[in-house]
Design a binder for this molecule. Structure first.
Ligand code: C5P
Length: 219
């Protein structure tokens, strides 16, 4: 029988949200479930890859034989990603990374003494952009883009700005797909091509996407 397509290759995937601390009991985060990234990890393993899964806080079981690294904040995910990306053939950024983090994490619980309270925030590092900017041992880099309008235009400009090899856009304005859903539809773009992956379960979509990445990676 033929070898599985990703045999001998290492694929690193980020998944889920990040959580940015405000004080010891509070944080800022988002509704990402991690399902798409976990589906990609499971299928990549089934297709023969050695898989690293860098996961934010999610309620999902680790797929069999996948090496999982749990992180909480964007800065932690950034560090784990750059470490593992250097020894990876493919890096897939599926995580919904918080764009900003509070400037300071209060050491004690903040009291409700004031009617107005302000949190000043700092921009988080762009993980996938920094991986794509690696000069030595740069993997093939795949990003995601959640858009609500002008999906193709925004996705393509994101691919260029971040120097990605491929970008997978999902229209999050369509209900029943994307965030927290079991289903998704993707429009995939690379330097000189594109492909529509219509609405499907995230594991079926993961299979299509990993074979598409394989075709493009092997040109
Ligand atoms: O810029 P935007 O957040 O829309 O880009 C989405 C893509 O960038 C996703 O692949 C996401 O995982 C990645 N990203 C990242 N680090 C960030 C923000 C986004 O890796 N700080």
């Amino acid at each position: 029988a033929a070898l599985p397509i990703w045999q001998g290759k290492t694929i690193t995937i980020t998944a889920g949200p990040t959580r940015e601390g405000i004080d010891p009991v509070r944080y800022i985060s988002n509704h990402s479930s991690g399902k798409m990234g976990f589906a990609l990890a499971q299928v990549a393993k089934q297709l023969g890859a050695k898989v690293n899964l860098i996961a934010g806080p999610v309620n999902l079981a680790t797929p069999a034989n996948v090496s999982r690294v749990d992180v909480v904040s964007a800065c932690e995910m950034h560090k784990a990603s750059l470490d593992l990306a250097k020894s990876s053939d493919v890096f897939i950024a599926c995580a919904a990374v918080a764009d900003y983090r509070p400037d300071n994490v209060a050491t004690q619980k903040i009291k409700k003494d004031n009617d107005v309270m302000q949190i000043t925030m700092t921009k988080n590092p762009d993980i996938v952009k920094d991986v794509a900017a690696l000069t030595a041992n740069r993997p093939f880099v795949v990003g995601f883009a959640a858009e609500t309008q002008d999906v193709e235009q925004y996705a393509k400009s994101k691919m260029q700005r971040k120097n990605l090899d491929m970008i997978c856009a999902n229209d999050v304005s369509v209900s029943g797909q994307g965030f927290n859903s079991d289903q998704n539809a993707l429009k995939v773009y690379w330097d000189d091509g594109s492909k529509d992956l219509p609405l499907d379960n995230k594991d079926a979509l993961a299979k299509h996407l990993l074979s598409l990445i394989h075709q493009t990676y092997n040109r």
